[in-house]
Design a protein around this ligand. Structure first.
Ligand SMILES: *Cc1c(COP(=O)(O)O)cnc(C)c1O
Length: 361
């Protein structure tokens, strides 16, 4: 998979393992064999490059993006698959373009609904009515589902109507909100007789009752685990993004000396430190703590001190290293989930940032 628009002037590199993307898609099929797969490729496919990801995910049944512009770019690149815009249109010009390009829209609030019902379109669009069952983000209230659904059903501007909702806590299977959201969704949609969709990656893997006709995997496609108690390897998911750089210096640090901005790490004993040419300018998380794992020559090294814009420091005491050696920040050898956990963040954010630093669309 090529990466158009890579930042050639940086030494850190983001490359993609396209086979892993296909493998992870096949894992989605194994977890939800009776559902269609709407692969979520918003935010530039979680930093992996939307167009590259879309072509590699050709076996998916449809794609979801967040913004209209993302769907327009996909169509302009020749993508003919079913496309859903999760935020829907925000004005009539966008809606007309959806109709012209056969892009499906989410309808999540009453102003959108009114615009859709009143529009004069070149042809009808497919609409996914989004129901807020407890996420409290986008979606019409449960009390309004019946009315919104029948208005969409009877509008000449709408071809097919579908129903969807989104979990707030699917990554924690024992959270009671999951069942409450599922039951409420069933309650307000059961007589509608159309395809429904609720499950994100976490629900695909641990909440099969929520699969319905269409599942919406995001993070699992990219080889990250949404759970704190199961690694990507446990779930047989493979890392798609490989984030690497090189060692550019090796030097001794004496006991009592501190390292980097803010002197947040002080050596308790003499050690050998390596400098790696990757920092928050490459999308490496600035909040990574002392001890965050960094892979070098088959060993895991500890991050030492604060992350700089263009470099990080690591402890080389357990590893034979030379200047120029390849360093893996995350990827096959080291899960992005571990780096995220050590940074007070989630893989979603790390992948988006590293991708944004290295890829354009
Ligand atoms: C991002 C998103 C998904 C995918 O979620 P993952 O946790 O990445 O699987 C599914 N549905 C909606 C509405 C989303 O915004």
């Amino acid at each position: 998979m090529s990466a158009p628009g890579s930042s050639h002037w940086r030494r850190a590199r983001v490359t993609l393992n396209s086979n892993a993307l296909s493998h992870n898609l096949s894992r989605v099929r194994q977890f939800s064999p009776h559902s269609q797969i709407m692969a979520v490729i918003k935010a530039n496919a979680y930093g992996h490059g939307m167009l590259a990801a879309a072509s590699q995910l050709d076996d998916a049944d449809m794609f979801a993006v967040a913004m209209p512009e993302e769907a327009f770019v996909l169509r302009a690149s020749g993508c003919t698959k079913s496309l859903l815009v999760l935020h829907g249109f925000s004005n009539i010009t966008e809606l007309e373009k959806f109709a012209a390009l056969k892009i499906s829209t989410v309808v999540h609030q009453s102003q959108q609904l009114a615009q859709l019902l009143d529009a004069r379109l070149p042809g009808p669009v497919d609409a996914w009515l989004k129901v807020d069952t407890g996420m409290r983000r986008l979606g019409v209230s449960m009390a309004d589902v019946d009315v919104c659904f029948s208005q969409l059903r009877s509008s000449a501007n709408v071809e097919n109507v579908y129903l969807m909702s989104h979990f707030a806590n699917a990554d924690n299977v024992s959270d009671p909100l999951n069942n409450s959201q599922l039951n409420d969704f069933i309650k307000v949609t059961n007589n509608c007789g159309v395809s429904r969709s609720m499950a994100n990656s976490a629900a695909i893997m641990r909440f099969p009752q929520s699969h319905f006709e269409v599942v919406r995997p995001g993070i699992m496609l990219y080889g990250s685990s949404p759970f704190s108690d199961a690694s990507a390897a446990d779930l047989e998911l493979r890392a798609v993004m490989q984030f690497e750089s090189v060692l550019i210096d090796i030097k001794p640090v004496r006991a009592g000396e501190s390292i980097g901005y803010g002197s947040t790490f002080t050596a308790e004993k003499d050690l050998l430190m390596g400098i790696v040419a990757a920092g928050y300018g490459d999308g490496y998380p600035r909040h990574a703590q002392n001890g965050t794992p960094v892979w070098l020559n088959g060993q895991r090294c500890d991050l030492l001190g604060r992350v700089s814009m263009d470099s990080i420091s690591i402890d080389l005491n357990n590893v034979a290293a030379s200047i120029g050696d390849r360093v893996v920040l995350w990827g096959n050898e080291l899960s992005v989930d571990e780096v995220a956990a050590a940074s007070g963040s989630i893989a979603y954010e790390l992948l988006c940032h590293a991708g944004a630093a290295h890829f354009s669309m």
